[in-house]
Design a binder for this molecule. Structure first.
Ligand code: PBG
Length: 332
């Protein structure tokens, strides 16, 4: 086989110098592409998370400083996750509805320090509050109940909105929760509170370190396969996205990230909406472990994977690397 265009066409010509590579680059990472998930604790001290080296749970007294750091490097939004202490967990997760719970206090502290300079995204699901670690209410025979759970999730979302949340992000994968939450938000006057739906959320093995971080890992019996999606399915993700958009979601999320970039691309091609991806805890741990083992350069692995999300068509990515990545991008 001969290449009829060679040598007139040489793909290496535009790659030959750094200025030329910069000139033809199709995608560029920017701090506004990043959302930083933060864990909050009732403890007095920072608590490092063993399975996520470099990530800690922060006391409410220090959470606003973290948010301010994010704001100062141009990150537009943080996501909050509480580590609810065991004695406040219950089978029905009612601590999620407490207006003075850890999540609400963290929102208040950040709002007081940062005002509207940075967005606050809050996760709607019961797993940080339940004694069994499932995202919803569980019946006597072990079923995760859909409609009863949705009623509680609506109250949880209103509790977060009342505390000052800017983006409500239902991660529970119950059917019909987006329309119910939207109606309740409208009814209470929260017309500008957004909904980012975890629309295509898979039952993934990559969530392990997160469950350690919020303290639900050791509690969870069984799995979440009756509500989170089967990793075998792609078309089903498009149905989930279509439904959540019809129900009033302002943006949608695909989760996990790297192993599901095909879903991001399909969603972006089909729907004219902002698409986000969540580079989850296990992905973070994988990159850190690879770097620690000498299998790759940590910063390079971090930036290359984040750029992949951009290339796939996301408007942004939730990543535990957000602060470090934003700082690196700023220095480049
Ligand atoms: C709660 C929730 C989970 C994650 C985000 N929200 C865990 C789960 O569904 O079990 C995982 C995030 C991560 O792994 O970084 N429903």
């Amino acid at each position: 086989m001969t290449n009829p265009a060679y040598p007139a066409l040489r793909m290496r010509r535009t790659r030959a110098t750094s200025w030329s590579r910069a000139m033809v680059a199709e995608n560029r990472l920017h701090p506004t592409d990043l959302i930083w998930p933060l864990f909050v604790t009732d403890a007095d001290e920072e608590q490092p998370i063993a399975t996520m080296p470099g990530v800690s749970r922060w006391p409410v007294a220090q959470i606003a400083e973290r948010a301010a750091e994010a704001r100062d490097v141009g990150i537009p939004c943080i996501a909050l996750f509480p580590n609810t202490q065991p004695d406040l967990r219950s089978d029905d997760g009612t601590e999620a509805l407490n207006p003075n719970n850890l999540m609400c206090r963290a929102i208040g502290a950040i709002k007081e320090a940062c005002g509207s300079d940075i967005g606050i995204l809050t996760d709607v699901a019961l797993d940080p509050y339940t004694a069994h670690g499932q995202d919803g209410l569980v019946s006597g025979d072990g079923q995760v109940l859909n409609d009863d759970t949705v009623s509680v999730l609506v109250e949880q979302a209103l509790n977060q909105a009342h505390a000052g949340a800017d983006i409500i992000a239902p991660s529970d994968m119950m059917d019909g929760r987006v329309v119910a939450i939207r109606a309740a938000l409208e009814g209470d006057g929260y017309t500008n509170v957004q909904i980012m739906a975890y629309a295509a959320k898979y039952a993934s093995a990559f969530y392990g370190p997160f469950r350690d971080a919020v303290g639900s890992g050791g509690l969870l019996k069984g799995d979440k396969k009756t509500y989170q999606m089967d990793p075998a399915n792609g078309e089903e993700a498009l149905r989930e996205v279509a439904l959540d958009l019809a129900e009033g979601a302002d943006s949608v999320m695909v989760k996990p990230g790297l192993a599901y970039l095909d879903i991001v691309t399909k969603v972006k091609a089909r729907f004219e909406v902002p698409v986000f991806a969540y580079q989850v805890s296990g992905e973070y741990a994988m990159i850190e472990a690879a770097a620690a083992a000498g299998a790759g350069d940590r910063d390079a692995l971090m930036l290359e994977t984040l750029l992949a999300f951009k290339r796939a068509g996301t408007s942004g990515v939730l990543t535990y690397h957000a602060l470090d990545a934003a700082r690196l991008i700023g220095d480049l």
